[in-house]
Design a protein around this ligand. Sequence first.
Ligand SMILES: *[C@@H]1O[C@H](CO)[C@@H](O)[C@H](O)[C@H]1NC(C)=O
Ligand SMILES: *[C@@H]1O[C@H](CO)[C@@H](O)[C@H](O)[C@H]1NC(C)=O
Ligand SMILES: *[C@@H]1O[C@H](CO)[C@@H](O)[C@H](O)[C@H]1NC(C)=O
Ligand SMILES: *[C@@H]1O[C@H](CO)[C@@H](O)[C@H](O)[C@H]1NC(C)=O
Ligand SMILES: *[C@@H]1O[C@H](CO)[C@@H](O)[C@H](O)[C@H]1NC(C)=O
Ligand SMILES: *[C@@H]1O[C@H](CO)[C@@H](O)[C@H](O)[C@H]1NC(C)=O
Ligand SMILES: *[C@@H]1O[C@H](CO)[C@@H](O)[C@H](O)[C@H]1NC(C)=O
Ligand SMILES: *[C@@H]1O[C@H](CO)[C@@H](O)[C@H](O)[C@H]1NC(C)=O
Ligand SMILES: *[C@@H]1O[C@H](CO)[C@@H](O)[C@H](O)[C@H]1NC(C)=O
Length: 739
Amino acid sequence: MGRRKSLCCGLSAREATLAVLFVLMTGVCVTLITLMVTQADTDPKPTVAPTSEPHRTPYLIGVGRADCTGPPAEIPLMGYANPQQNAAGIHTRLYSRAFIIDDGRKRVLFVTAEVGMISQRLRLEVLQALQVKYGDLYRQDNVVLSGTHTHCGLGGFFQYTLFMISSKGYIKASVEPLVNGILKSIDIAHGNLRPGRIYRSRGELDDSSLNRSPHSYLNNPEDERLRYKWNTDKQVVVLKFTDLDGDGVGMLSWFAVHAVSMNYTNLMVSSDNMGYASYLLEQEKNPGELPGQGGFVAGFSSSNLGDVSPNTRGPLCMNTGLPCDYLNSSCPVGGTKMCKAFGPGDDMFDSTRIIGQNIYRKAKELYATAAEEVTGFLHYAHQWVNMTDVTVQINDTHTVSTCKPALGHSFAAGTTDGGGDLNFTQGAVEGDPFWDGIRDALLGEPSNETQECHQPKPILFNTGEMNWPLPWHPQIVDVQIITIGSVAVVAVPGEMTTMSGRRLREAVKQELQSEGAFSDTEVVIAGLSNIYTHYITTYEEYQVQRYEGASTIYGPHTLSAYLQKYRGLARAIAQDRVSELPVGPQPPFFEKNLFNLLSAAPVDKKPENSSFGDVLQQVYPIYRQGDVVQVTFVAGNPRHSGDMRDKTFVTVEIYDNRTNTWEVVHNDASWETRFHWLKGSNRQSNSTIEWHIPQSASSGSYRIRNFGHYKEMKGLRPVITPYEGTSDVFTVTRSFYYQ
Ligand SMILES: *[C@@H]1O[C@H](CO)[C@@H](O)[C@H](O)[C@H]1NC(C)=O
Ligand SMILES: *[C@@H]1O[C@H](CO)[C@@H](O)[C@H](O)[C@H]1NC(C)=O
Ligand SMILES: *[C@@H]1O[C@H](CO)[C@@H](O)[C@H](O)[C@H]1NC(C)=O
Ligand SMILES: *[C@@H]1O[C@H](CO)[C@@H](O)[C@H](O)[C@H]1NC(C)=O
Ligand SMILES: *[C@@H]1O[C@H](CO)[C@@H](O)[C@H](O)[C@H]1NC(C)=O
Ligand SMILES: *[C@@H]1O[C@H](CO)[C@@H](O)[C@H](O)[C@H]1NC(C)=O
Ligand SMILES: *[C@@H]1O[C@H](CO)[C@@H](O)[C@H](O)[C@H]1NC(C)=O
Ligand SMILES: *[C@@H]1O[C@H](CO)[C@@H](O)[C@H](O)[C@H]1NC(C)=O
Ligand SMILES: *[C@@H]1O[C@H](CO)[C@@H](O)[C@H](O)[C@H]1NC(C)=O
C-alpha cells in the first residue's frame, strides 16, 4: 500500500504521545507539546471541562480496508427477508473500512463495513478477537462498528432467533469472513498509524433520496416540520484525512439513504449504491489498482436512513403503472407486493450507478474543498442499556416506559422498496383475526401488558416473550458517542427515521454545548451500528404504524428513551464525567442453541465428457466498447471454495504483446464484471460471467477466466479440488472489421 512513513505497530497511548512528540520536535510549537504531555501524564481529570480547542497537534491516523465477502452461494442475502433471495454470484465484493484516530491520550476506531447491519453477535466476536490481539486497546467504548445497509450482503451472523430464522441460522461460513475481514481492515489501519490531519466539510445532495413514508413524516408536529425544507436529510458530511504533507490518505462520509438500489430479484452479492460510491473514489485515488487495492480508503457510512429510499421515481403499481394507495402503499390488484418504487435509472444496475455516482461526486467535491481543520481531543462514551424497561420522564407529571420487543402487523407488509408476500398492508393499527389466530396457535398470545405497551401497534411477532430456542430479539443494546474534536459521531443501534435523527442530533449537540465547550460541533449519526434493533421512529410517526413504526420494536417511546440515554452520554462527555457512567448490563454471548438450517453443500456433478472449467457457451470473436461479453463454464458450488477473501472467481485479462503476458484488468470485485452462479438440477451448475466493456477499455486481445473448486467423493472421503476455465481469446476494437 502506497507511500508509508514507518510509524507503526502496536502503539500504546503513551507511545503514541511520544511519537507525536517526536514528529513535533522536528518542527513546531513546544508550548502545546508541554500542554499535551501534561494532559497525558496527569490522567483524565482536567480542572476545566474538555473542549475541542487546545489540541492543535496532529493526530495519529490509520486507515485500512479489507475484503469481507463470504461464500456467494445459497446463503440468504440479508435485508429484504425474501426467502427466494439466496446468494448466487458476485456483482461487487464487500469491504470493511477502518479508521483509527489517536490524540496521544485516547484512541477511537470507526469501522464502516459493507454489510446489512452490525449484529450484536458480529460485534461481540470482533471485540473478542481484538481483545486477544490487542489487549485493552480496542474496546466496546472506543470502537464503533457500522454497516452500510447493503441488502445484498450475506446473512447468518445473528444470535437472536428471529434473525436466525430469516437467514437460515447462524452460519459460520458467513460469520468468519466478516469477522476476519473487519479485523484485517483494523490491523491494516493499526499498522499504518502516522501523524496526520483531519478536515471536515458538509454539503447537500439533491435528487438522490425520497421519503418512503411521507404519511408518517407528516404526523410530526407542524412547527417542527416547518424548520426543515425537506422530508429527508440531504446533508453529506465528509472527514478528510491527510498526512503531514497534506497528501490525502482517506475519507469518511455520512449520508442518509437506504442501500436498496439493487432490488430483491438480485441474487449477486453487491455493495449497492454506497459501495459504488466508495468504489469510484478509491479507484480514482488509487490509480492503476484493482478494486480493493491501494492505500487510499474511502468510507461511505450509513446514517438516519430509516424512511429514506434511493428509488427516486417513487412507488407505482407494477401491473398498472398507476400510483399506489398513499396511506397503505398497496395496489388494487396484487396488494402490497405490487407496489414498488423505481428509479432513477432504467434498471437496478443503472439506479445503483446513478445514486452511487451522485454520492461519490458530492463527497469528492467536499473532500477537495475541505478546509476546516478538526482539532481537539477525542472522547468516547458507551453504555449497555436494557431497552425493555427504560423509564422516561416526558413532562412534569408523566413518565412512560419502553416495552419488551415486538413487531407489528405492518412489519410483514414490507416497504415500497420491497413489499411482503402476504396480505399485510402498511398503516395497520388493528390486528387481523386470521393472522392473530395463526400467531396465537403457533407462537402464543402476547401478554396484555405487552399489547398495552405497544399501542396502537397490533402485535404480529411477540418477540420479547419468545425465548425458544434463544430469545427472538435483544434486550441489551449499545448506545455510544465518540467525539473527534468538533465532530461527534453518534452510533445508533438500528435505523432512525429522518425526524428521529434530527431530534437526536439536536439533543446531543445541545448537551455537548451545555458546558460552553464543543461550540460548533458537527453531529453525525452512524446508522446500523453495533447491534440491530430494526427501526426507531418518532412517537408521532409510530402512531401511523407504517413499516417503520411497526418495526420500532421497543414501543412508542423508543426514541424518547434513546434521547435520554444519548443525552446522558453527551453530558458526560461535556462534563468530563464519562468514568461515572454505569457500564450497564453486559449483552449475552450465546454458546448453545444457535442453529444452522443450511445443509452442507453437496458434491458437484458435471455434464458427461466435460471437465469443471470447460466452456459451455463461448465468447464471440469480436466486441466493441459498450458491448457485453458473456461466457458460461461448467462450475462447482462456490461454497466449496471456502474463504475467497482477497481472491477472485473471475478475471478479465488483456494480452500484452510487448511482454507476451496476460495482464488482469478486472476481477470479480469490478463494477464491470458480473459473476452469476446458476444451480441446475442433479447437482450440476454453471457460472456465467459477463463483462460489460467500458468505453474506456483499451482495444486489444482479451480472455475471461473462471476459478473455483468442486467437491467429489473418493470412496467415503469428500475431496475438494480447484479448477479453472478460460474463454477463447476475443478482440475488443473501436472499429468493427472482419478478418
Ligand atoms: C388501502 O387503503 C385504501 C383506502 O385508502 C383502501 O381502499 C384499500 O382497501 C386498502 N387496501 C388494503 C389492502 O387494505
Ligand atoms: C428489479 O430490477 C429489474 C431490473 O434491473 C427489473 O426488471 C425488476 O422489475 C425489478 N423488480 C422489482 C421488484 O423492483
Ligand atoms: C431487562 O429488563 C427486564 C425487565 O426489567 C428483565 O426482566 C430482564 O431480565 C432484563 N434483561 C437482562 C438481560 O438483564
Ligand atoms: C404530560 O404528558 C401526558 C401524556 O402525553 C399528557 O396527558 C399530559 O397532559 C402532559 N402534562 C403536561 C403538564 O404537559
Ligand atoms: C388476509 O388473508 C386471509 C386469508 O385469505 C383473510 O382471512 C384475511 O381477512 C386477509 N386480511 C386482509 C387484511 O385482507
Ligand atoms: C388479557 O385480559 C383479558 C381480560 O382483561 C383476559 O380475559 C385475557 O385472558 C388476558 N390475556 C392474557 C394473555 O393474559
Ligand atoms: C463421451 O465420449 C465417448 C468417448 O469419446 C463417446 O463414446 C460418448 O458418446 C460421449 N458422450 C457424450 C454424451 O458426448
Ligand atoms: C448450463 O449451460 C448449458 C449450456 O449453455 C445449459 O444447457 C444448461 O441449462 C445450463 N445449466 C444451468 C444450471 O443453467
Ligand atoms: C500489439 O498490440 C497493439 C495494440 O493492440 C497493436 O497496435 C500492435 O499492432 C500489436 N503488435 C503486435 C506485434 O501484435
